[in-house]
Design a protein around this ligand. Structure first.
Ligand code: CA
Ligand code: CA
Ligand code: CA
Ligand code: CA
Length: 489
């Protein structure tokens, strides 16, 4: 039997997650508190979903609710073998039911990102010798993955400060069976325009070729056709980006959220020149004119907020220490980004979460710049949802938003990536808030509204309830539609 996976969005495709069972988690409690204005910790069930992992980073959810996780097996992240494992939580207690099954091994070490589209899985490491590998699922979610091919990025000699590492994926608009794979190629230097090119070369994926400019995000369209996987339409999406190390499509609007990594300090690298950023490309502008986000000439100065240059596209948010930019708690080095789960409580379900890596090889209190930030693009407000002063947090670099949960992967809780094999942890933050479904008539139509949760519908009251794909409040039901029942889960 072939399981037909729905069209995938990187990173979360939680469309058919069954009703979760209530259970009591038995694993060690998560070593952090949830904080911030209006945040009620009792609105969440926080569990240690899996521990003892080898450098977990990229995550995606399969339609059966299980997680695929890219891991890097080895004592050191830098000298490791890439694998994809599958974690199952069949009883829904927030704790994976076992250590995870290896679905493929022998991938390049230092895996950084993973996306699922249809029956394809895309993984990548960071930089030279670590291509974007294309894998295919078996007929069941637990079957081994097979290698289809790879998309190679060949770097010139001389080093490249911010090579590729991040992926984002969406179904290609108007092209069923195709997916737009986005990847970044950051800057060659700390504070100067990139001067050299990278060559994109196919390895079993015809059409994956071209010349790449730095300071950019690129799109490649992958089509899974009768002759196999082919690539086309290599397109520069954005420029003026020092390192967009995290990208996420908003499943509701199709907008692309991306960050940019601020310019390191010229005398002290840990005291940046410019602030890290949150940026957005509206859905209908992706792939049109190449958006310019300003690096290296236009930026917001760290701490003082002074605008340098002042041209190009200004960020939605330039992150400063809180509450006082001069003396406050820092957040530096954004890695992954995730659209907030829709079932999260009001005040936490419209924005994005961003994991800040902070100091390169430090964790806990020695890393004073590694919070998990919640940011609301609509208001420009942001705060530390998980703070800096957590002794057990290293680098919350991997984020996955599902309908009701945020999964956080701590790459190396003790901070160092040199002897961190087997110490990685994934946490699950599941929303517990109830929500009421309300409706009003608008002419012949009906408008449904709700503050949290996932809208489901069924043809008959005792019938099969399924999520209404991508539905957000308010949701309009037209008079022409066949009668259906609605509820929240
Ligand atoms: Ca379990
Ligand atoms: Ca700092
Ligand atoms: Ca910028
Ligand atoms: Ca810290």
């Amino acid at each position: 039997m072939t399981i037909q996976f729905p069209a995938g969005w990187c990173v979360a495709a939680a469309a058919f997650l069954g009703g979760a069972l209530v259970g009591i988690a038995t694993a060690a409690p998560a070593p952090f508190a949830l904080q911030g204005p209006g945040v009620r910790p009792e609105d969440f069930r926080v569990t240690t979903f899996a521990s003892g992992l080898n450098h977990p980073l990229g995550m995606a959810q399969l339609p059966d609710g299980s997680l695929l996780v890219a891991v890097s097996k080895g004592g050191s992240y830098w000298n490791s073998v890439g694998e994809v494992i599958r974690l199952v939580d069949a009883d829904g207690d927030g704790v994976a039911d076992g250590p995870g099954k290896v679905l493929i091994t022998g991938l390049p070490g230092g895996q950084t990102s993973l996306c699922v589209g249809g029956t394809l899985v895309f993984v990548t490491g960071q930089g030279s010798g670590k291509p974007i590998t294309v894998l295919r699922m078996g007929s069941a979610p637990g079957d081994p993955l097979t290698r289809v091919g790879a998309i190679r990025l060949n770097y010139p000699t001389g080093g490249w400060l911010h090579p590729h590492s991040a992926l984002a994926l969406r179904p290609t608009p108007g092209m069923p069976g195709s997916f737009d794979l986005l990847f970044q190629l950051g800057s060659q230097f700390n504070i100067a325009p990139t001067t050299r090119n990278v060559t994109l070369a196919p390895d079993g994926i015809p059409g994956a070729e071209g010349t790449l400019l730095g300071d950019s995000i690129y799109r490649l369209t992958l089509t899974d056709g009768p002759t196999g996987v082919t690539a086309s339409r290599l397109t520069r999406i954005a420029r003026g980006l020092r390192n967009a190390a995290g990208m996420a499509f908003d499943p509701a609007t199709g907008d692309l959220y991306l960050e940019d990594n601020g310019i390191d300090g010229l005398s002290d690298a840990n005291e940046p020149t410019s602030a890290d950023e949150l940026n957005r490309i509206p859905a209908d502008a992706i792939g049109g004119a190449v958006e310019n986000f300003g690096f290296p000439d236009h930026y917001t100065t760290y701490r003082t907020g002074v605008l340098v240059g002042g041209g190009a596209i200004q960020p939605l948010i330039a992150f400063q220490p809180l509450p006082d930019p001069a003396t406050g708690s820092e957040s530096e080095g954004p890695n992954d980004i995730a659209r907030a789960p829709r079932a999260f409580p009001p005040g936490l379900n419209r924005g994005v979460f961003i994991g800040f890596h902070g100091r390169f090889g430090s964790g806990g209190l020695a890393n004073e710049e590694n919070p998990l930030v919640y940011a609301d693009p609509a208001t420009g407000q942001y705060f530390h949802f998980i703070g800096n002063d957590e002794a057990g947090v290293g680098h919350l670099d991997g984020l996955l938003a599902t309908a009701d949960s945020l999964f956080l992967a701590d790459l190396a809780p003790q901070g160092s990536l040199g002897s961190s094999g087997g110490t990685g942890v994934i946490y699950q933050l599941k929303s517990l808030v109830p929500s009421t479904l309300q409706f009003r008539r608008i002419g012949e139509d009906l408008e449904l509204t709700w503050s949290a949760g996932v809208l489901q519908s069924a043809g008959e009251l005792p019938g099969t309830w399924t999520d209404v794909s991508q539905a957000v409040s308010p949701h309009r039901i037209t008079a022409e539609q066949a009668p259906r029942f609605y509820r929240l889960r």
